[in-house]
Design a protein around this ligand. Structure first.
Ligand code: GLY
Length: 389
């Protein structure tokens, strides 16, 4: 196995070509979709706009902020700033806020503050961080606690004591709040949640649980729920990617080895379960037919794998970089549309498969966060140091 630096050097020209095509497409799209919170497509093939309170509402602006940082094209900045304004109604409507404020604001307002120094962006992100902080449930008879998911009742279920693996991706807004305020309580709370996830979401074999239900007095795990995976006890690939990148981010922000080891365990399981074609299936423990892909899982996992590789000894990092490159190149070969005249860039994202009674399956569609993470991963291969999370 080549070491990760050799792999980066060998694949740089490919990443430069890919980025040139992304930039060409996005510089057209940023003008067309400026007034939308773009995610998915309407029947006519143009971008839909999601409501500001949707957990995916920050990705379009965040993608533009990331592109602005790398290219300094002011049109991207204008679109990212427009997205911030479009998200404001969600930030002031307290009842519509839930655990995903990191996804929504940190990669948008948090990124814009760091890139432009705009104080209003900082304030938006601090308000979002404070609302996440307020969701913490402290165990009564045991140390620690968790950030509760959703607002009860959610899709007919009482969810007061539920956590989800996805929420690891929301913790960076809390680590950032410590950097801004100099107060470590934000980080301590984020670490309490990450430690809960080590205990209750990470299985011994390196796969992860989507939804865990806790006893809020004792801190014991009561049960797990299916959430988005194929079945209770299966392994939803996007959840696996959230865990992989999420624990890597907690390691980056805290330096705690236990998070690095968790990320490696999850990555090892992810890589071991990739098929020969390196295209991510929706669930790693589901029937092989019909074949159901999820491009979001591959793109997000690739970001985690690259960051992981960079933080390991060169030779150990090679395996993770190799897997990231294989996944990105498979996504590009099979699911990419770089045509600047169309609105979707990456196809074959899956929101949910199979469906439950409360939810409909949504499979093989264009999803904005697949495009976000794919672009983030290509920029990482080009050596971009800005980490939006
Ligand atoms: N965070 C929601 C999802 O991954 O579908």
């Amino acid at each position: 196995m080549k070491n990760y630096k050799e792999l980066l050097n060998e694949n740089r020209a490919w990443a430069e070509e890919s980025f040139a095509k992304i930039d060409k497409k996005m510089s057209a799209l940023t003008l067309r979709s400026r007034d939308k919170l773009a995610d998915g497509l309407k029947a006519d093939g143009t971008h839909k706009s999601v409501p500001p309170e949707c957990w995916t509402s920050g990705f379009w602006g965040g993608l533009n902020a990331m592109l602005y940082n790398h290219t300094k094209n002011e049109e991207y900045l204008k679109t990212a700033q427009r997205s911030e304004e479009l998200l404001d109604p969600a930030l002031i409507s307290f009842e519509k806020l839930y655990h995903d404020v990191g996804f929504m604001w940190h990669i948008l307002s948090g990124a814009l503050y760091r890139l432009t120094g705009n104080e209003q962006s900082k304030d938006r992100n601090m308000h979002a961080a404070a609302s996440l902080f307020s969701r913490f449930v402290m165990y009564k008879d045991a140390p620690g606690g968790f950030i509760r998911a959703w607002n009860a009742p959610w899709q007919g279920s009482e969810v007061d004591n539920w956590t989800i693996i996805d929420c690891l991706m929301n913790l960076p807004i809390l680590y950032w709040a410590t950097e801004i305020t100099g107060d470590d309580r934000w980080t301590r709370l984020a670490m309490a949640h990450a430690d809960m996830a080590l205990k209750d979401h990470l299985r011994p074999d390196g796969s992860v649980v989507h939804i865990a239900e806790h006893n809020r007095d004792t801190g014991e795990l009561v049960t797990t729920h299916r959430g988005q995976g194929y079945a209770v006890g299966s392994c939803w690939s996007r959840g696996q990617a959230w865990g992989l990148y999420g624990f890597t981010l907690s390691y980056i922000h805290t330096g705690e080895e236990r998070y690095l080891n968790a990320a490696k365990q999850i990555a090892n399981y992810f890589i071991a379960n990739c098929c020969d074609d390196w295209l991510p299936r929706v669930d790693f423990r589901s029937p092989s037919q019909p074949v159901m892909y999820d491009s979001t899982a591959g793109a997000c996992a690739a970001c985690g794998l690259i960051e992981l590789a960079k933080r390991l000894p060169e030779h150990e990092g090679g395996m993770y970089m190799h897997a990231a490159l294989k996944m990105l190149q498979a996504l590009e070969a099979n699911f990419i549309d770089y045509n600047p005249d169309t609105d979707a860039m990456l196809t074959h994202g899956t929101v949910l498969y199979p469906h439950s009674e409360a939810q409909n399956s949504v499979v093989h569609i264009s999803i904005i966060y697949a495009e976000y993470f794919y672009t983030e991963a290509i920029l990482k291969i080009l050596g971009e140091e800005f980490l939006p999370w």
